[in-house]
Design a protein around this ligand. Structure first.
Ligand code: ADP
Ligand code: MG
Length: 683
């Protein structure tokens, strides 16, 4: 029953005062039933429970008073379409004036001698107290004033008072209707209040503390369901059966092939991978490291050991361009005959040959995009799967990957550093390794925020760098011209730079609508130093390595999230030369200024990720919908870190004793998880 009974599924029009018109407005908010209304939580609550005396009010204070109507309502006509209605009220010997603009309803609302509550911001000038546009209601009603009051998300044509009244009616007629679905042991251990009390107190709490108690329970359960769902989604149930790989035997030979020493952080992480691969329990590990921290070579090292010990390995990248680059990289460590590249651009005939090589085991190192995990790809003995730039793949894709092969070891590499709390949600079941330092000699990228009128100077600077043999990236947010947004599109900018500004230089264009083979050709030419300026959309964001590029220009920088900006900036400064990032943005809002300021101040991806989370929430970090997670109603990734950890622990405990949620006491939980992940194929 999902904890709701039939009654809760009654149509919202069942509530007194909700007719067709209001029902329509509510439907737009996703509210169709009484239950939906209960689950439509306020954004916050306001303490309006303390009734103050007029004499106590000081200038600028927002407060609630209870006073008697002392004069008729008067109307002052200021100009056309502008009237002020005023009424004088009194408590004891003190009087105050209540004022409203253009609110003709107040005219008939008050009779002398009646008592009302008023809630609003008080002004005290020369001893006279005024409130402008206060909320009012009759004394003793205590719905909008005189209590802790819920404030709902704003909605067109549904004033707070209306939705509050509907919510109140709904809460009143459904008291006690919800069957508790959290097991008593969980509630006790994590100190969670009862569900009916929580619902009633999230809307109409007696005190602010009660609201917090209710919110804690509801946020906790939301995070708990999320964690349970994710764990189950990925629960491959493979307790053993992974190939045992003795990396120590082979690692020496690999290290001889690389032209540098691993950093301490790289060595530590590699050690963690090798230790995991020695066990028959499949490794599930996340490698976090800032752009340029050298994740790829660690991946290749693990792959090398796996291949030498006799199993196949796969390296999956989010774009064809990046897969191609990894393929080139792999040829440094592996024999050409044992490496294959499979992307969306691979021709059918060649693809058939490659699939054969993968199936009969001649291909040992398989590099590609998600094309690798289509159904027709059969591996002979896949032992290690590494996914690069993991956050680009949704949660579900990851489950599909783990399903290939018998029980391969898996590693995911995240290009975007993720704050710990988010890592827990996204990778809650993985062990986490962090490469927390950059290779030596890496200089920070000098970063500047610039405005449109500095363009000539910027172009002069680009010319100087190019004439010193360097290369320049220019990134724009959109491909073609958009009617609505006047953004410098990649195409338009490309034409201007090529024809007007740099006719003597080699300028190229790269965008997501090009064919994969075209993209690869453009990218390869740039990497080979055959072009000076690459104008591009964000397809270059991930992974591309062109050490000779020294300048990154970002157009309409205000349109990008911090993590994306950081990623883009990470495309330069990969060589030993000084590198620069110039973010062009106009009409700076306070928020944009803050964000660009963060970029100018720090090159540390973890710091930037945390700021991004605080400033804009998780959507941007994860690529709005790409993360594939259900929306959270009440819990907040940025603020509920501690709660998330508790919920995560709780989810693990529950699944440990009941992996499939089959026990009677977990039935309610199971239904809730299914409800949250409705539309996700296999739970
Ligand atoms: P990312 O972590 O962003 O994927 P890469 O693996 O692409 O970083 O590495 C960035 C660059 O740093 C590459 O050119 C790589 O060869 C180089 N590199 C990696 N590790 C080291 C090291 N220990 N010392 C010097 N250069 C390194
Ligand atoms: Mg990389």
């Amino acid at each position: 029953m999902n904890g709701k009974n039939e009654y809760l599924l009654k149509d919202i029009t069942f509530i007194k005062g909700v007719g067709e018109a209001k029902a329509k407005l509510l439907n737009r908010l996703g509210i169709f039933t009484l239950y939906d209304m209960l689950m439509f939580f306020p954004r916050y609550v306001e303490s309006r429970d303390e009734i103050k005396h007029i004499s106590e009010l000081h200038d600028g204070e927002t407060a609630c008073i209870c006073a008697e109507i002392y004069s008729p309502v008067t109307t002052a006509y200021i100009r056309k379409n502008m009237q002020i209605y005023s009424v004088t009220v009194r408590d004891g010997y003190d009087v105050a004036t209540m004022k409203w603009f253009n609110n003709k309803y107040v005219k008939g609302a008050f009779k002398i001698g009646e008592k009302f509550n008023f809630y609003g911001k008080a002004e005290r000038k020369f001893g006279k107290v005024t409130m402008t546009s206060p909320t009012y209601e009759r004394e003793g009603q205590n719905l909008h004033t005189g209590r802790v009051v819920p404030v709902y998300p704003l909605t067109e044509n549904l004033p707070q008072k209306t939705i509050r009244m509907i919510a109140k009616n709904c809460v009143d007629i459904t008291k006690g209707c919800i069957k508790e679905y959290l097991p008593p042991a969980v509630r006790e251990k994590y100190r969670l209040c009862e569900i009916n009390w929580a619902i009633s107190s999230i809307h109409f709490p007696e005190t602010v503390e009660d609201y917090e108690t209710a919110r804690r329970r509801l946020a906790f359960e939301e995070l708990l369901f999320m964690q349970l769902g994710l764990f189950k989604l990925r629960n491959t149930q493979k307790r053993g059966g992974a190939p045992i790989i003795d990396g120590e035997k082979y690692i020496g030979a690999f290290l001889e092939k690389i032209p540098f020493c691993l950093t301490k952080a790289q060595s530590t992480v590699l050690g963690e991978l090798l230790a995991d691969m020695k066990k028959s329990v499949p490794m599930s590990r996340l490698i976090q490291g800032d752009v340029g921290s050298g994740k790829t070579v660690v991946a290749f090292a693990a792959m090398y050991c796996a291949v030498r010990s006799g199993v196949q390995t796969a390296l999956m990248a989010p774009t064809g361009v990046l897969a191609g680059q990894h393929y080139e990289g792999a040829l440094k460590y592996f024999d050409e005959s044992e490496v294959v590249l499979l992307t969306g651009a691979t021709k059918a005939a060649e693809k058939r040959k490659i699939l054969e090589k993968i199936a009969d085991g001649r291909a040992k190192v398989i590099i590609g995009t998600h094309a690798l995990f289509e159904d027709n790809v059969e591996f002979k003995n896949l032992g290690l799967v590494i996914t690069d730039e993991q956050h680009r793949f949704g949660v579900l894709q990851r489950a599909a990957i783990a399903g290939k092969g018998k029980a391969p070891h898996t590693v995911v590499m995240s290009a975007t550093p993720i704050p710990r709390t988010l890592a827990l949600i996204l990778y809650g079941d993985l062990d986490i390794s962090v490469i927390g330092e950059l290779p030596p000699g890496r200089k920070t990228v000098d970063t500047f925020a610039a405005t449109e009128n500095m363009r000539p100077r910027i172009e002069k600077f680009m010319r100087k760098e190019i004439e010193n043999g360097r290369q320049v990236f220019v990134v724009c947010p959109l491909v073609g011209d958009s009617d609505k947004l006047d953004l410098e599109s990649a195409e338009r900018l490309y034409t201007r730079l090529k024809e007007k500004v740099f006719p003597d230089k080699r300028v190229a264009l790269l965008h997501g609508k090009m064919k994969p083979s075209e993209k690869t050709a453009v990218m390869e030419a740039f990497a080979a130093g055959e072009t000076d300026i690459l104008v591009s959309t964000t397809v270059i964001e991930v992974g591309i390595n062109v050490p000779n590029a020294s300048v990154m220009i970002i157009e309409n920088a205000e349109r990008f999230g911090l993590s994306t900006l950081h990623q883009l900036r990470g495309r330069v400064g990969r060589g030993s030369d000084k590198a620069y990032c110039i973010m062009i943005a106009d009409n700076l809002s306070e928020m944009t200024k803050k964000r660009l300021g963060v970029m100018c101040e720090t090159n540390d991806g973890f710091v930037i990720a945390q700021k991004d989370l605080e400033l804009r929430g998780p959507g941007d970090l994860l690529g709005t919908k790409q993360h594939g997670l259900p929306d959270l109603k009440i819990a907040n990734f940025a603020l509920d870190g501690k709660l998330l950890k508790e919920a995560s622990t709780c989810a693990k405990e529950i699944l440990q004793s009941d992996p499939n949620l089959e026990k009677k006491e977990n039935e309610g939980l199971k239904n809730k998880v299914n409800e949250l992940f409705k539309g996700y194929s296999s739970i």
